[in-house]
Design a protein around this ligand. Structure first.
Ligand SMILES: [Fe+2]
Ligand SMILES: [Fe+2]
Length: 186
């Protein structure tokens, strides 16, 4: 499956603009980690793009319905398990870099976007320090699971500041690329 087909498939199942943007942000972050681990960037990006494909239609079963869809489409075991394992409640061990990365970037990508939305310059000039400050501010973006962010970075064995900084950069670059297509992460 190429990105365009994956995106069409995603859009058949997701009508919410904010969920689509979340998928694009997680895709961007996964592409960055694919590069970091010297893996197949397209594949890693697709895992991010598709990880929440069932969320709008099956919020209660998510991500288990999506997992079945991915299997039907022929995605391999590692890919499918990574998607399954991003749902903490599935109690699926995250054993591969792919699974660990997906879990580690999912909430953080959303959080960084939330921080960008309240900054005048949005993603531009954002520092890990400002993101960490917001993480401590419990009233800000309450829905984002801080513990999950911490846990995700630890499981990957990456320093949290480096992790945040890598994601900021990935989102900045992607925002610019997408703007040429009239799409925004924000
Ligand atoms: Fe999810
Ligand atoms: Fe997600």
């Amino acid at each position: 499956m190429n990105r365009q087909i994956a995106l069409e498939w995603l859009k058949e199942n997701v009508s919410s603009e904010s969920l689509l943007k979340h998928c694009y942000a997680v895709e961007a972050a996964m592409r960055a980690y694919g590069r970091f681990y010297d893996e197949d960037v397209e594949r890693w990006g697709m895992c991010g793009l598709l990880h929440d494909i069932d969320f709008e239609r099956y919020p209660d079963e998510h991500p288990l319905v999506g997992v079945e869809w991915l299997k039907e489409k022929g995605f391999d075991e590692e890919f499918v398990v990574a998607v399954k394992a991003h749902g903490d409640h599935t109690h699926t061990p995250r054993e591969t870099h792919l699974a660990k990365a997906l879990y580690a970037v999912d909430e953080l990508a959303s959080f960084i976007i939330a921080v960008a939305l309240v900054r005048p310059d949005k993603l531009q000039g954002m520092t890990p320090k400002s993101v960490k400050k917001k993480l401590k501010d419990k009233a800000f973006a309450r829905a984002v699971d801080r513990e999950g962010i911490q846990k995700g970075a630890e499981a990957m064995g990456v320093d949290l500041t480096d992790h945040i900084s890598r994601l900021i950069e990935a989102l900045q670059v992607r925002e610019e690329e997408l703007s040429e297509q009239g799409v925004s992460l924000l």
